[in-house]
Design a binder for this molecule. Structure first.
Ligand SMILES: [Fe+2]
Length: 290
């Protein structure tokens, strides 16, 4: 539990989240590239903004309610969920939906009641399908500025670096960001992406797994170079939001979390992997004892 003040959060080392901004830049942590510093944030921000302006942006989220990963009190905030929409389509609508797939032949309309689509499901949505779901049915995709720098197909593989690398587009558009990511204290990196939200959108409150199934929190670092994305944790027992007030942080993503609405585009950079042992020990020493 993340302290008496937050009985509804599991947290990390007895805290709701860890502010890593100081410790992550303290020393090289065994990485040959050496420590970066927060002084690089304005440069990263320029690079990331320019890249996002030139790249096709993907959508993510949009089915948190049907995935059953939202707290009861906040389920209505998912608005229109695409899995629910797809299930409710007429046969003619489903045929249009199927035709917009990147591979329509892979979708057997006669089995549509058994099929699931999108994030973490067997059949992913094409960009055209997402646009149609949004434009025709009003589906709410909270993250409309999503870019995978190191793609990862399944959530449970996100710490595993095997067979993965930065995409060619990422190498072309994000050289400074990639150098920065490589300077972070990871022994291996299995996933790296930009999570951007359009102005006025919010990130629906959800959790990425059930804490009952967890032996230890998944390891990752989130960086917000512009310090303008307002993530919060949701203590479901106290029905209270807990602000994450840092530009570099790690939280337990099996705790509920969401992003507040703001009237402008904002993003974070998330890197998943396995921490260097020395870095993990240092976190334990620094945060656990206090
Ligand atoms: Fe999440």
């Amino acid at each position: 539990m993340a302290g008496a003040a937050h009985p509804g959060l599991v947290g990390i080392f007895g805290r709701p989240y860890l502010d890593l901004e100081t410790i992550v830049f303290e020393r090289a942590w065994g990485n040959a590239s050496g420590p970066a510093s927060a002084a690089i944030f304005p440069e990263l921000h320029e690079e990331i903004c320019l890249a996002l302006a030139q790249m096709p942006l993907d959508y993510t989220g949009g089915s948190h309610r049907s995935m059953d990963i939202m707290p009861e009190a906040r389920r209505s905030e998912a608005l229109v969920d695409y899995q629910e929409v797809i299930r409710g389509m007429t046969d003619a609508e489903f045929e249009t939906f199927r035709s917009l797939s990147d591979d329509p032949r892979a979708i057997d309309a006669s089995r549509r009641r058994e099929l699931e689509f999108g994030e973490e499901r067997a059949i992913s949505l094409s960009r055209r399908q997402m646009q149609w779901l949004k434009i025709r049915f009003g589906v709410f995709f909270p993250w409309k500025g999503y870019v995978e720098l190191i793609p990862n197909r399944k959530w449970e593989d996100k710490s595993n670096a095997e067979g993965k690398s930065f995409t060619r587009a990422a190498e072309a558009f994000f050289p400074k960001t990639i150098a920065f990511v490589r300077s972070l204290p990871f022994a291996s990196i299995g996933r790296c992406n930009i999570m951007g939200l359009e102005g006025f959108d919010y990130g629906t409150v959800h959790r990425d797994g059930d804490p009952a199934d967890q032996s230890a929190p998944d390891q990752f670092i989130t960086v917000v170079p512009a310090a303008n994305k307002r993530l919060y944790l949701w203590d479901d027992r106290c029905t209270r939001e807990v602000d994450v007030d840092s530009r570099v942080y790690w939280f337990n993503d099996f705790d509920y979390h969401g992003v507040r609405a703001d009237p402008f585009f904002r993003y974070s950079l998330r890197v998943d992997g396995v921490f260097l042992p020395a870095f993990y020990r240092s976190l334990e020493e620094r945060f656990h004892a206090r």
